[in-house]
Design a protein around this ligand. Structure first.
Ligand code: GLA
Length: 666
């Protein structure tokens, strides 16, 4: 984020002035200034207007937009328009249209309807990118390149013949020989042995369950295919304007899992994310915090919230509006988790097009509206938080997060189809969030030296290196807690033999000889109270002690949760899914024994998060409850949003309100 040349916290949204007559633009920039907007994203879907026919360009409108923004002191995050190729492109290159799993070819007429492996698409995308880059490389308004938009949102997978050929090239690079591929995929099963690379196709719809490693490699390939497009655009932009940082907006949110962002993040100069609420989630503040912590971890520091909504979206069955104060709580919650910029989709609510019912900073109703008043007030809040920029997290606890493990566990033909990676991770994250415990997310092979406690709620697949890293962390004195059905398979999705949980068996001091997944609605009592659902295993102690055991069902008397000393550290195995209260109590004990403290003790319903600056800490207190709450802070603290010193070492956080205090260190 330090790369971004915008003062303080960036504030703005997607700006699509091409959808409006030019008379409207003057009002746009006047109102942007009124709201304190200092950066907008432009040109995201403007390919058809910028290149009316192949090789013919019209940048006159974009020239005027950038000029107007610059005159008004508003920076531009200038997008390459490659997420929406024009109709003329598809008429000339129908082969560039994607094909779905069932072999159904898709038509153009919306957006992102291109095959990621299409050479014609790549060539056309790089051509318009080059034109744009050379034209605006030195434009004073342009502070960042916004490459494409939400890679993979609509076309993460294309099953056409061109994709099949690209998949084979990717596999050849990975395995070199067919024997290695056959071995990795276990193709002696069901007569799947390949004798020729050309026999290999994407895992298209087929009669029975496709080979798991085939499916997993396909997901890896699909993520890499889009990454290669991103890198190609970035190379073109770098050549023309090496001084301008590049981003692309990630979608670290509940309903998207197509890209392995650990592989993507190092390729971005600024990591940015889009986050939308699920209307049916009664506690979407937890999803915001989890996603923010994950994005900060991907970025290795501050990041930018590129999109969220001021109110309802338009793409869920019923689109819930935000309640009083929610817009402010949501935005500042992202800042609390490390965002150095807050932006929305979009600036002005559209009157036409598929997103006409999506909220915006400036609603259909105009400035006499609650959303506009909230947007202006938020601008003032963000200005007051300028000094928070660049400060980062303080976590001593890490949650292991891995896309391979997520993809592999959610494939068909598992012991249970009820397991959801994100839900499992969130169930462990949630009690920590309630307690105000700072959390980072890490790859299995990450440097863990800064952490006391590492949690792996769900790590079905783990490679040897990742497993050794995690168990080594415990061996050297750390506390490691592992969730059920972890360590089960290796990087090729092959079962680790000799008993479960394969890779972690020894470090956890247990050995499971058989899995007993529970049916939906089924649960069994636990000694010491509480119940277990979703999963159970016949765990045998091999050094570990039983913390709790089943009091009923086929595994009565068998340990459900165990604790073990491994090297100089401690390991825990949660061989089932305890109910939320029991899980919270367990994690509380694990955390307490590991010596991890919350960032601040707060009354129930008050979220606490801390950002650490060079000489001060910034404590964010967000009251999600309906009662006013008191929180103790340092006696020399300053209330940044109120702009005054805190009196008497205590701040009051009114119901639904947010308080941010600066606490000098030392
Ligand atoms: C995504 C896209 C935007 C817009 C919003 C609507 O995040 O990037 O262009 O479609 O969704 O929520």
């Amino acid at each position: 984020m330090s790369a971004l040349n915008v003062p303080g916290i960036a504030y703005g949204g997607d700006y699509n002035p091409e959808q409006w007559p030019e008379e409207v633009w003057a009002e746009d920039v006047r109102l942007m200034r009124e709201a304190g907007v200092n950066m907008v994203s432009v040109g995201i879907f403007s390919w058809a207007l910028l290149e009316p026919s192949e090789g013919v360009y019209d940048f006159s409108r974009m020239d005027r937009i950038l000029e107007l923004l610059h005159e008004n002191g508003i920076a531009a995050d200038l997008a390459t328009p490659t997420a929406a190729p024009p109709a003329w492109f598809f008429r000339k290159h129908p082969d560039a249209l994607p094909v779905d799993k069932d072999g159904r070819g898709l038509s153009y007429g919306s957006r992102q309807t291109f095959c990621p492996s299409s050479p014609a698409y790549r060539e056309a995308a790089l051509r318009i990118t080059g034109e744009l880059a050379r034209r605006y490389a030195d434009h004073p308004a342009v502070v960042m390149w916004h490459i494409h938009n939400e890679y993979g949102c609509h076309n993460a997978e294309c099953y056409c013949d061109e994709s099949a050929a690209a998949f084979r090239r990717w596999l050849r690079a990975r395995y070199v020989t067919l024997d290695a591929l056959n071995d990795a995929w276990g193709t002696t099963f069901w007569s799947q042995w390949y004798y020729d690379w050309d026999e290999i196709i994407p895992p298209r719809a087929t009669g029975a369950v496709p080979n798991p490693t085939h499916q997993l490699d396909w997901r890896r390939f699909c993520s890499d295919a889009l990454l290669s497009l991103y890198k190609a655009e970035r190379a073109v932009l770098r050549e023309a304007a090496p001084q301008i940082p590049a981003t692309t907006n990630f979608m670290v949110m509940y309903n998207f899992d197509a890209l392995d962002y650990w592989r993507w993040a190092p390729e971005l100069d600024v990591v940015s994310n889009d986050h939308y609420l699920r209307s049916t989630d009664p506690e979407s503040e937890i999803d915001i915090a989890l996603s923010g912590d994950l994005v900060r971890s991907l970025a290795g520091g501050p990041w930018l919230l590129m999109e969220h909504s001021t109110g309802a979206v338009n793409w869920q069955p019923v689109n819930r509006a935000k309640t009083a104060g929610e817009l402010r709580r949501n935005a500042l919650a992202h800042v609390a988790r490390g965002a150095d910029g807050i932006a929305y989709f979009q600036w002005r609510a559209a009157k036409a097009g598929a997103e006409q019912w999506h909220s915006a900073m400036l609603p259909h109703a105009g400035t006499d509206s609650q959303i506009w008043r909230d947007v202006v007030a938020l601008g003032a809040d963000l200005k007051a938080l300028a000094e928070v920029r660049g400060s980062t997290g303080t976590a001593q606890t890490a949650i292991v997060w891995d896309w391979d493990a997520r993809w592999a566990m959610e494939m068909p033909s598992q012991p249970s189809s009820e397991l959801r990676y994100l839900e499992l991770a969130r169930s462990w994250y949630e009690p920590l969030w309630r307690e105000g415990v700072a959390v980072d997310f890490v790859r299995p092979d990450a440097d863990l030296s800064q952490y006391r406690l590492v949690l792996a709620p769900s790590l079905y697949l783990v490679d040897d290196e990742g497993a050794a890293n995690l168990t080594g962390f415990a061996e050297r004195g750390g506390t490691l807690a592992v969730g059920f059905h972890s360590g089960a398979v290796d990087a090729n999705c092959h079962v680790r033999l000799g008993g479960y949980p394969g890779a972690f068996r020894e470090a956890l001091g247990v050995r499971t000889d058989e899995l007993f997944p529970l049916l939906p609605g089924e649960s069994h009592g636990l000694s010491g109270g509480g119940t277990a659902s979703l999963w159970s295993e016949r765990v045998h102690l091999a050094g570990a002690e039983a913390v709790t055991s089943y009091t009923e069902g086929p595994l009565t008397g068998i340990p459900a949760v165990t604790r073990h000393t491994h090297g100089t550290g401690t390991t825990w195995y949660l061989a089932t899914h305890p109910d939320p209260t029991t899980l919270a109590a367990l994690l509380d004990r694990i955390r307490g024994e590991a010596g991890v403290e919350p960032v601040r003790a707060t009354p129930e319903g008050v979220e606490a998060a801390l950002r650490r600056g060079p000489d001060a800490d910034y404590l964010f207190l967000i009251n999600h409850g309906d009662q006013s709450a008191e929180v103790e802070v340092r006696s020399d603290a300053t209330d940044l949003l109120a702009g005054k010193p805190v009196e008497g070492g205590t701040v009051t956080v009114a119901a639904g309100d947010v308080v941010v205090v600066r606490e000098p260190r030392g």
